[in-house]
Structures are given as C-alpha cells and as structure tokens.
Ligand binder design. Structure first.
Ligand code: PMP
Length: 464
C-alpha cells in the first residue's frame, strides 16, 4: 500500500452512517472511537484505509499489539495454515501441536532461568486476565494477601488489575513511587530521583510500623505505557529485584505492552538483566489475535487445578499467529532494529522539542515513544516541569488525524502523545510519521489557546 494519502473526496454515506450508528448504539465507555472517528476497512503494515478512502499511518498499532503491523504475510500464512489443516479452533486448555509449537518458540526467547525452569499458564484472552492470574498465583504461593504497585501504572480493567493501576479509586494495594524524571515526585529527577524512589520502597518494607504488611507480590512495568511512556532506569529495576529477592517477595513484571521487541530488546527486562518471578504477557504474543499468558518460576506453582480457569484459553489461531510473530521478530532482529530506529526517532523528537515550547519532555525506549505536551505559557516549577496541557494534546491528536496519522494520548493527564509504530517500519515511514507530527504540532499550537484561554473553535471534520 502506498504511503501517500489518496486525495479524499466527500466521505461516502456508508462511512458517515457507520459512525452515526456507532455513536447511537455503542456504549458511552467507548474510548479510541471517540478521538479517532474513522472506519477502517483495509490495513497492511503501518497503513490503515478508511471507508472514506483516506489512508492513515497507524502509530497506535492496536494499543501496541501489532509488532509486525497489520496483516503481515507471515501472520496471515500461519492463520491460513491452521484453518486449512482442519485443526480444532477451540480446545479449552488441551494440548495441541499448535500450542506446543507456540510454547517452544516463546520459551526460546525467555531468559534461561525462566526458559529452563518456567511454567506457563494460559489465561483468558486479555492482558488483564493474565494480571489477575499472576496475583492469584503469588497469593497462593506465599499465603499472603497484600500487593505493591506503582503510581501511574496500568495493568488492566478487571477488579484486581484495576486496583493495582494508577487510576484505581478504591484500593488496598500499596502504592509506591515510580521514577519519573520530568515530574519527579522528589523534585530531583535523574539518578537521584530513582534512588530516592527505591529508598522509599525499602523503608516501607523494613519499617515495622510502616503500616504495610508483608506483600504477596510487587508488580511493575519496565516502561510505563499508558502512564505516559516512562522508562524505568535499569539501575532502579535492579534495586527492585534486589529488594524483592532479599525479602522473598515475588516480583511480577508486566510486559504486556513492552514485550516482543518493542523497547529494543526482545523483552524489556533484558535491558536491566533482571529476571522476574512472574512475567505477564499478552498483546503482541498473539500476533494480533487475543492471547495472554503468565510464565513463572516453578517454585510458585502451588495452586490447585482450576485455580485460574477460563473458557477461552485455547485460541489456536492466536497461538499460530503468535508463534509466527515471535519467530519473525527473533529471526529478523526486529528488537535491535526497534532500538536503533527508536533512538533516531527520539533524536528527531528532541530537536522538535527544542523548536516547540509546548513540548515539555520527549522520552521512550525503542519504538515506544512519548511527547509530553505542556502549557507553553506557564512557569516551570523548580525542577523545570510545566503543567500538562491536555487540551493542546487533544488538538495535536486531531491535527495528526487530519494529516493521516493515528496517534494515541496517554499519561497522567492524557497529555502525552504516544507513538507505537510497528517494528517493521522503514526509515522513510519513520520520517513520514515525524513530518506529519511536526506539522500537526505547528497547526495545533496556532489554533489552540492556552489552558486558561477560551474554548478552541474547531473546524475539523473527518473529511476535508
Ligand atoms: N498491562 C499493560 C502494561 C497494558 O498496557 C495493558 C493494556 N494497555 C494491560 C495490562 C491490559 O491488557 P488488556 O487491555 O488486554 O486487558
């Protein structure tokens, strides 16, 4: 599919009708559909084509799921092979050759300690279900109840996963500070901020009157995704591993979003060299179809048969697509490629930040990149940070869409523009993404008053 956008004519009635019916029939809780009013009908690689004939560069990638982009030939081939073989598509948690091959491929990518002595549990198909499974596992193994999680985290929308996420309203999960350079909770940032965050955690664990009983586990993301693309320093991750090992607290690492090459290593834990007790995996491991698992040390395997059940744990198409994806990323060194290309894109984003005072920070790891949009008129605080500007960020997202670029917003205030392109993009595609983003920034700044100004008059429509 060509990169250049087709010249859109007036949106055909089908397109408008589908969007209208969506807004009438679908729930008020719909999310992406609100900020991205498009009707995808075809997709390949980085490109999505809408029912209105417009083409978009998709840097949302199914919320970071599509490591190989849309409809990659190896994924389609793997799916077709299963379909043509007559294999059952639905098998609960029974053994099959397709599942066996998936596990073999997955284990080949894992750190030795987990690959050799790891166990795998197939979970209900979403990442959040694997998070729930991880919590049940460590609670059973330790006989303890409490959990520790980090500010800004996102682990899913089921009860326990949400309780461990930053957006929780009622939670008994103990919240720890996550190192966030730009908005450092300790006002220092850098290595010092990460060090203080680690000390706070240690003091909670060791102070007998901290009010925090021994936890059953600690859960963290190596790079917070939904929290605003915040990479944890490797040294801090090693500290968390030391603290938890010394106190025999299982460490759960959620690689639902960071896994399968996204951050420039096959698994993000490889950057720091830590090996968790439980690894939570979903999104890209299913090669664009729903699949979620936990892999954990066998010492933790103390739960009873059926302790974490679920009907949809045997999606054969997802396992085949996932195996093909894992193998393709490994064989083609796409993790390394993501690291190199991501570094180049980050350098260009840094230059963009120098030219736009509405960019407070740019950061990321590999092809997980974030641009924090801030109030350009506000004073910086003592650490140099300025207040987030969610309205301008939304205007940037809209302006991107107008220019045929799909980006996601994340972060504490929905003011971080997130780029999660497929690992397969070319250098030219990366440039096209950044050109459109730069142009959208300029346009959004021109048309959007600061947070204290009047409401923006938007003339934007989904068709020009
Ligand atoms: N963990 C992380 C790190 C995630 O980013 C997400 C989803 N964005 C989840 C868990 C939950 O996955 P799902 O939406 O498939 O339940």
């Amino acid at each position: 599919m060509a990169l250049t956008e087709s010249v859109p004519t007036a949106a055909p009635p089908a397109h408008e009708g589908i969007l209208r019916r969506q807004s009438l029939r679908e729930s008020a809780a719909r999310t992406y559909a609100r900020s991205l009013p498009i009707v995808p009908v075809r997709a390949r690689g980085l490109t999505i084509e809408g029912a209105d004939g417009r083409r978009y560069l998709d840097c949302l990638s199914g919320a970071g799921t599509l490591a190989l982009g849309h409809n990659h030939p190896v994924v389609l081939e793997a799916i077709r092979t299963v379909l043509d073989s007559g294999a059952p598509l639905h098998i609960l948690d029974l053994a099959t050759p397709v599942k066996d091959a998936f596990i073999t491929e997955l284990f080949a990518t894992l750190p030795e300690e987990l690959a050799e002595k790891g166990r795998i549990q197939f979970c209900g198909p979403a990442g959040t279900d694997a998070v729930e499974a991880a919590f049940t596992l460590v609670r059973t193994a330790t006989g303890r109840e409490g959990l520790m999680a980090f500010s800004g985290a996102y682990h899913g929308m089921t009860a326990q996963a949400l309780a461990a996420s930053g957006g929780a309203r009622h939670t008994d999960v103990v919240r720890l500070p996550y190192p966030y350079d730009y908005r450092c909770p300790f006002g220092t940032g850098g290595a010092r901020g990460a060090e203080l965050a680690a000390r706070w955690t240690r003091s909670l664990l060791d102070d007998p009157k901290s009010g925090v009983p021994d936890p059953a586990g600690m859960i963290l993301e190596p790079v917070q995704g939904e929290g605003g693309v915040i990479p944890a320093p490797d040294s801090w991750l090693r500290r968390m591993r030391e603290l938890t090992t010394e106190r025999r607290i299982p460490l759960i690492v959620d690689e639902v979003q960071t896994g399968v090459g996204r951050t420039g290593a096959f698994w993000a834990i490889e950057h720091s060299g830590i090996v968790p007790d439980v690894l939570v995996l979903s999104k890209a491991i299913g090669g664009s179809l729903p699949l979620a698992v936990i892999v954990y040390r066998e010492e933790l395997d103390a739960w009873q048969p059926g302790a974490h059940a679920g009907t949809f744990r045997g999606n054969q198409l997802a396992m085949a697509a996932g195996r093909a994806t894992l193998a393709y990323v490994r064989e083609n060194g796409l993790d390394r490629r993501a690291g190199e290309l991501g570094a180049r894109m980050l350098a260009r984003l840094t230059a963009l930040a120098a030219a736009h005072d509405c960019i407070g920070d740019v950061r990321g790891r590999g092809l997980m990149l974030g641009v924090e949009i801030v109030d350009r008129d506000a004073e910086a605080d003592a650490t140099g940070a300025r207040p987030a500007d969610p309205r301008l960020a939304a205007a940037v997202q809209h302006a991107c869409l107008d220019r045929g670029l799909i980006v996601e917003l994340g972060g504490r205030h929905s003011a971080v523009v997130r780029l999660l392109p497929p690992l397969t993009i070319t250098d030219e595609q990366a440039d096209a993404i950044l050109d459109r983003l730069a142009d959208a920034l300029t346009a959004a700044v021109r048309t959007t008053p600061g947070p204290m100004g009047p409401s923006p008059t938007t003339t934007r429509g989904i068709s020009p």
